[in-house]
Design a protein around this ligand. Structure first.
Ligand SMILES: Cc1ncc(COP(=O)(O)O)c(C=O)c1O
Length: 371
């Protein structure tokens, strides 16, 4: 049964932009050029302009963007990459795929993002990259993280999968580090009709290297300079994204409006911590994630009322079985563990109506007053 108030509403998005998307897809289908080509090149130029970097390279997914950047930076076995313990597992997967060891640092309570002081402590002689994540659409404290990175001469790779268009201290997510990695998975603020991603950078040689790696290490047909893979951005996906891109600013503004309404409606309720964004930031609200000391009754009440919710993320990234011997013990990072226990993401999309927001708030208030 579909939820009365769903987490996201891709049908509403399609109603808004479907005609443009269909025309764009037909254009590609009729062109006979399905991989890379002019659509992908045009999208790369448009994303580079949006993010404010010199280069953008389209790849197969956000995960591939991370893997290819780390590989292009020479990260491999014996190396360490400092990252957050509170993220979607793909961040960590990318480090593991390169054969490197993730070193986990704790997060800030209010932003869910990496704590720059914890990053500083996690750096060691084998650290080859720092990998902050801009979680839920809010940019990490990149000024502080960049200071730490510069002092140690370690490149920063931003996982900006959830944060296209987010700004902090005048600079976009994806423009701070040596490279930014974006996902265009359909549930992202700018979503393709399938898997897609990209890398943003000001570093020409890094952009070239990622271009090489995404297409079998091959610059000239039949000559493979190094071991690459198939991770090119399809022309159809590029065309879909280009059709949606002109709407992104309005969609982000609508998400911010939804967040403001939630915050007004939930402000007076005791026992919860609401997400915020600082005066020096523009958040893009991929999620509206609250914290409650005991979220279980709230989850149950939402469920009973047909309101979707998500638990992003129930398990610290460093507790996942896929880490094998690199797995850390329970309790390793207190703020990460508290976030995993307390976080609750509410429905969030640009067309979420004020009445629905008021109803969600009423259910949250009711559940907390009974618990
Ligand atoms: C923080 C984060 N990093 C990486 C990824 C991976 O992106 P993709 O699903 O496009 O591979 C995601 C996507 O869900 C994500 O949320």
């Amino acid at each position: 049964m579909s939820a009365r108030i769903p987490m996201l509403d891709l049908a509403a998005e399609y109603a808004d932009v479907g005609a443009e998307v269909e025309a764009a897809v037909l254009r590609v289908l009729r062109s006979g050029q399905y991989v890379l080509g002019p659509e992908t090149a045009a999208l790369e130029a448009e994303i580079a302009t949006l993010v404010g970097t010199r280069f953008c390279v389209g790849v197969g997914s956000g995960t591939e963007a991370l893997i290819l950047v780390l590989r292009a930076l020479g990260v491999g076995p014996g190396d360490e990459v400092v990252t957050t313990g509170f993220t979607y597992f793909a961040t960590v997967e990318a480090i593991l795929w390169c054969g490197a060891r993730p070193v986990f640092a704790d997060i800030e309570r209010d932003s869910f993002n990496l704590d720059p002081r914890a990053v500083e402590k996690a750096i060691g002689p084998r650290t080859r990259a720092i990998l902050p994540v801009h979680l839920f659409g809010r940019c990490a404290d990149m000024e502080a993280i960049s200071r730490v990175a510069e002092a140690s001469r370690i490149p920063v790779v931003e996982d900006a999968a959830q944060a296209i268009g987010a700004v902090r201290d005048g600079k976009n997510a994806g423009a701070w580090g040596r490279a930014g990695c974006f996902s265009f998975y359909p549930s992202k603020n700018l979503g393709a009709a399938g898997d897609a991603g990209c890398v943003t950078t000001n570093d020409e040689s890094l952009a070239e290297r990622v271009r090489l790696l995404r297409a079998h290490g091959c610059q000239q047909r039949d000559y493979h300079r190094e071991l690459g893979t198939t991770s090119r951005l399809d022309s159809v996906q590029a065309a879909v994204l280009r059709a949606k891109l002109p709407r992104l600013a309005a969609w982000s503004a609508a998400r911010a409006r939804v967040a403001r309404h939630y915050t007004e409606a939930l402000r007076e309720i005791g026992g919860i911590l609401l997400p915020s964004s600082g005066p020096n930031e523009v958040a893009v609200w991929n999620q509206y994630s609250i914290r409650c000391l005991d979220p279980e009754p709230v989850r149950r009440a939402l469920e009973a009322a047909g309101v979707e919710w998500r638990h992003y993320y129930p398990i610290p990234a460093y507790r996942q079985a896929a880490l094998g011997e690199a797995r850390l013990p329970a309790g390793a990072l207190p703020e990460v563990e508290a976030a995993c226990r307390e976080v609750l993401s509410l429905p969030m999309h640009p067309s979420l109506h004020e009445d629905a927001i008021a109803e969600v708030a009423r259910i949250v208030r009711g559940a907390l007053s009974r618990s």
